[in-house]
Design a protein around this ligand. Structure first.
Ligand SMILES: [Zn+2]
Length: 459
C-alpha cells in the first residue's frame, strides 16, 4: 500500500490522526509528539522487555529535543502481564499524578491497558508498537478482564501509531505468527460477510470492504519471512492489521475483522484453554484454529446443492424460541456469559416463515455465492501451508484441544453473537450435524501434514 493510499485512508479514520510505518520511522516520534501534543510532557508505559526494545530509546529521543519526560512506568514482563483492570487503574493514577501524555510502548496488552487508562483519565495517547501481533493497535475498545471476566471496554483508538520494523523484529517470533493468523482470519471474516449479505442479514459496505479485502492477499504474501524477521514481511502484516483496525474505527463495529473464526476463539478464551506447555495460547493462535475450521466448514457447505427438499426439511426441523432458550441454558447457564448469550441468541431468532423466505433467497443465489466464497477464501491446503511457514498452529492439539472438541465448539460459537456467519447458515439449513461429521471424517482437515500429535488430556 503506497503512502498516498494510507494518507487517503487516514482522512476517513475518525480517531487516529497519524500512522508511521517503515524503517527508521522512530525518528518521527519527537516531531510527531510535538505537533499532536504541543507544549505537553510525556511518560512511557512499557514492560521490562518492551522498555528495553524501544522504550528507553523513545524516552531519550524525546528528552533530546527538550520534551519533558517523567519517569517511565515499567511493568514486569514475566510472568506474562495481563490486561486486567487493576493494571489499568495504576496507569490512570500515574496519568493524574504527572499530568502528562501517556505513550504506550508494547504490543496488545500494554496498548489495551493504556488505551483504556487514557480514556478513563480523559486524555489521548500515542503508541509505539513492538510486535505485529494484533489488530487492536488501531481499533477502538480494549479487551480487559474485570473480576476475571474478559470484556471489550469502550475507549477511542490511539491518536498516533508508530511501527518500526527494526523494533517489530526484536519481538519473539510467535508474536509475528499470531499477528499473521489474526490477519488471515479476515479471509473467513470476509466470506462470512458475503454470506450475511446474501442472507439479507448484514449488507456489505463497499467502502469498508475496500479498506481490507483487496489488499489482503498482498499483506499475507510473505509468511516465510516472519520467522527470519524480514522487514518487508513484518511491515506487511503490521500494515494489514492496522488497516483492519481502521476499518473497524470507520465502521464502528468489528464486522470487517471478525467472523465465525473469532467466535471459536472467544469460546476457548472463556474456557481458559492451555497449550501443551501449560500456557494460555495467544489470541492469534486461537484464531488460527478458528480460521482453519471456518474455512473447512465453508468448503464442505458449498460443495452441496441447496434443494427444495433441503428447505422443507430445514423448516420442519426449525426449533421454537423455547427450544433455543433451553439449548443456550444447557450450554452457558454455568458461565458468566449466560445472560449476554441469551440476549444475542434472542436478537437473531426468526420464525419459520422468515426462515423459509431467507432460505429461498439463499437458494436463488447459491451457485454464485459458492463461487464468491471460494474466491474469497484461501483453499484450505494453501492456508494450512501458509500457517506452517509462518509457524502458526495447524492442529487443535497445539492450542490444547482435541480435534473433536475444537470442531464441536461450532454449536456454542453459533449462539454467542448476533452476527450472521457460516455457523448461522448451517444451523438454519439444519446441516450443522452433517457438516461437522464430514469435517471430523476428512483426514485433510485439522491434521498436521507431517505426522500426528499426542492428544491432550484436557477437554
Ligand atoms: Zn483478532
Amino acid at each position: 500500500m503506497t503512502s498516498s493510499t494510507i494518507d487517503r485512508i487516514m482522512e476517513r479514520v475518525p480517531e487516529t490522526r497519524a500512522l508511521r510505518i517503515g524503517a527508521g520511522c522512530m525518528r518521527d516520534l519527537p516531531p510527531l509528539f510535538a505537533s499532536l501534543f504541543p507544549g505537553q510532557s510525556a511518560f512511557i508505559i512499557a514492560d521490562d522487555n518492551t522498555f528495553q526494545a524501544a522504550g528507553e530509546s523513545a524516552q531519550s529521543m524525546l528528552t533530546a529535543v527538550g520534551i519533558t519526560t517523567f519517569p517511565p512506568l515499567i511493568f514486569s514482563g514475566s510472568p506474562t502481564l495481563h490486561a486486567d483492570h487493576e493494571h489499568c487503574a495504576i496507569i490512570v493514577a500515574r496519568i493524574h499524578e504527572y499530568g502528562a501524555v501517556p505513550i504506550a510502548v508494547g504490543s496488545g496488552t500494554i496498548n489495551d491497558l493504556v488505551k483504556r487508562a487514557a480514556f478513563e483519565a480523559g486524555v489521548r495517547y500515542l503508541v509505539v508498537a513492538t510486535a505485529a501481533s494484533v489488530d487492536g493497535y488501531s481499533s477502538f475498545g480494549a479487551a480487559l478482564s474485570v473480576n476475571q471476566f474478559k470484556k471489550t471496554m469502550e475507549c477511542p483508538a490511539p491518536l498516533a501509531i508508530l511501527a518500526d520494523p527494526e523494533i517489530l523484529r526484536s519481538a519473539p517470533t510467535p508474536m509475528g505468527a499470531a499477528g499473521y493468523a489474526d490477519l488471515a482470519s479476515k479471509l473467513t471474516a470476509g466470506a462470512d460477510w458475503l454470506i450475511a449479505d446474501a442472507a439479507g442479514a448484514d449488507p456489505i459496505d463497499p467502502e469498508i470492504w475496500a479498506m481490507v479485502q483487496p489488499p489482503l492477499r498482498g499483506w499475507l504474501a510473505h509468511p516465510e519471512g516472519l520467522k527470519s524477521g524480514d522487514a518487508k514481511a513484518l511491515d506487511a502484516v503490521f500494515e494489514g492489521l492496522t488497516m483492519t483496525g481502521f476499518a473497524m474505527q470507520v465502521a464502528r463495529q468489528s464486522r470487517p475483522a471478525s467472523g465465525s473464526d473469532h467466535l471459536f476463539s472467544h469460546i476457548w478464551e472463556m474456557l481458559g484453554i492451555l497449550d501443551p506447555n501449560g500456557e494460555p495460547p495467544s489470541h492469534g493462535f486461537k484464531v488460527a484454529i478458528g480460521t482453519l475450521i471456518a474455512t473447512a466448514m465453508m468448503e464442505i457447505c458449498f460443495r452441496r446443492p441447496l434443494t427444495d427438499a433441503d428447505i422443507e426439511h430445514a423448516c420442519e426441523q426449525w426449533p421454537s424460541w423455547n427450544q433455543v432458550e433451553a439449548a443456550v441454558a444447557d450450554a452457558f447457564s454455568s458461565t458468566p456469559m449466560y445472560e449476554r448469550v441469551l440476549e444475542e441468541s434472542a436478537a437473531k431468532y426468526i420464525d419459520t416463515e422468515a426462515l423459509r423466505a431467507r432460505l429461498r433467497r439463499m437458494q436463488a443465489q447459491w451457485g454464485d455465492l459458492g463461487r464468491k466464497v471460494a474466491e474469497q477464501l484461501m483453499p484450505y491446503a494453501d492456508l494450512r501451508d501458509a500457517f506452517l511457514q509462518a509457524e502458526c498452529p495447524v492442529t487443535p492439539q497445539e492450542i490444547g484441544l482435541t480435534r473433536e472438541a475444537a470442531i464441536d465448539t461450532a454449536h456454542r460459537a453459533q449462539m454467542i453473537r448476533n452476527r450472521y456467519t457460516i455457523l448461522d447458515l448451517l444451523v438454519e439449513l439444519a446441516w450443522m450435524p452433517d457438516v461437522l461429521a464430514q469435517l471430523k471424517q476428512a483426514p485433510e482437515y485439522l491434521t498436521h501434514p507431517f505426522g500426528s500429535e499426542k492428544e491432550p488430556t484436557q477437554l
